[in-house]
Ligand binder design. Structure first.
Ligand code: 13P
Ligand code: SF4
Length: 310
């Protein structure tokens, strides 16, 4: 990235009273322009307290929607409005309706990787860093977990006292990480630590020494004494790991083919600059905003109480 882009972004941020938030999956050069880089939970928390009049969300559409829901009075812009998470749509609302009709002690827990319309059908949101704690804290014994079947199955394994109903949705990028490739990478680097995002399929999670959100994976690498790490999530996390572990000689390996999310990869520094210049990519307040905001706020409340979310 040219120094000219960086300088122009910094100047426009001041002139427009704008703040740039970025997820760890966007290109490293885009992360470098951000005022704050984090996992989905950290971004939601920042969004709820942010006081700049314009928020540029360097991430996919559901992240922009969450910022808008939590900050309805602020202008929220997406540098690449077509960048969307396919998993965010993978729930049939009629399935939620059927489960509600059939189960009398049901909570609907909705991964934040979901449309506002799906959040509006739910009781509480979760992220990958707090899903286990939030589901455990719910008063209901039966939980419909949407949309991610892999995260839902992982949560069910950690919270055996609940009956978890799964939904057939998943992240296509994590779904396609082959367990054989993870094992091959681990064997190529004796003593390596395997870290996996809970969106990975069960056979990959079975190989993992650490299962966690992007932020938890980054922290685990930073805090480990090992030298080699097999990281089973989108390759964008390598940028923050390299920044934090500079000079330590730690080596990060991704299972082949390196997991890449095309929607996240589309959010380039040039698009952040264009968005600041033109004010394009504004996220409207979704219909059903009050109903969609409530489960997000419930998640944040649990976090503030320290009972169910970090
Ligand atoms: P986290 O930010 O919770 O680790 O989730 C990753 C993700 O899939 C974002 O698209
Ligand atoms: Fe969606 Fe997967 Fe891309 Fe995250 S990595 S935005 S879950 S497709």
């Amino acid at each position: 990235m040219g120094q000219d882009i960086r300088e122009a972004v910094e100047r426009l941020k001041r002139e427009r009273d704008a703040v740039v938030l970025a997820h760890y999956y966007v290109p490293g050069e885009t992360q470098d322009l951000a005022d704050f880089v984090g996992d989905s939970f950290a971004l939601a928390r920042i969004a709820s307290t942010c006081d700049a009049s314009t928020v540029i969300m360097a991430g996919v559409r559901f992240m922009g929607e969450s910022v808008k829901l939590l900050n309805p009075g602020r202008r929220v812009l997406l540098p690449e409005p077509s960048a969307d998470c396919p998993m965010a749509h993978m729930v049939d609302p009629a399935f939620v309706g059927r489960c509600r009709a059939e189960e009398d002690d049901l909570a609907v827990a909705c991964y934040v990787n979901s449309t506002a319309a799906l959040k509006a059908l739910s009781d509480v949101c979760v992220t990958s860093s707090n899903a286990v704690d939030v589901v455990r804290a719910l008063p209901q014994r039966t939980v419909l977990f949407i949309p991610d079947e892999n995260l839902g199955r992982f949560v069910a394994g950690q919270v055996p006292e609940k009956r978890v109903i799964l939904n057939p949705g998943c992240c296509p990028i994590h779904r396609d990480i082959p367990a054989g490739s993870v094992a091959a990478e681990r064997d190529r680097h004796p003593g390596s630590v395997v870290l996996a995002h809970p969106e990975c399929p069960a056979d990959v999670l079975a190989l993992a020494d650490v299962v966690g959100s992007t932020a938890e994976i980054i922290q685990a690498v930073e805090g480990s004494d090992a030298g080699d790490f097999v990281v089973c999530t989108v390759e964008g996390v390598g940028h923050e790991i390299a920044r934090r572990c500079e000079g330590t000689g730690k080596r990060v390996h991704f299972p082949a083919p390196a997991p890449r999310c095309p929607d996240m990869a589309a959010i380039t520094p040039e698009k952040v600059l264009a968005c600041l210049e033109t004010g394009s990519g504004e996220v409207p307040l979704p219909p059903d905003a009050d109903a969609a905001r409530a489960p997000l706020e419930r998640m944040l409340e649990l976090a503030a109480r320290g009972g169910g979310a970090r």
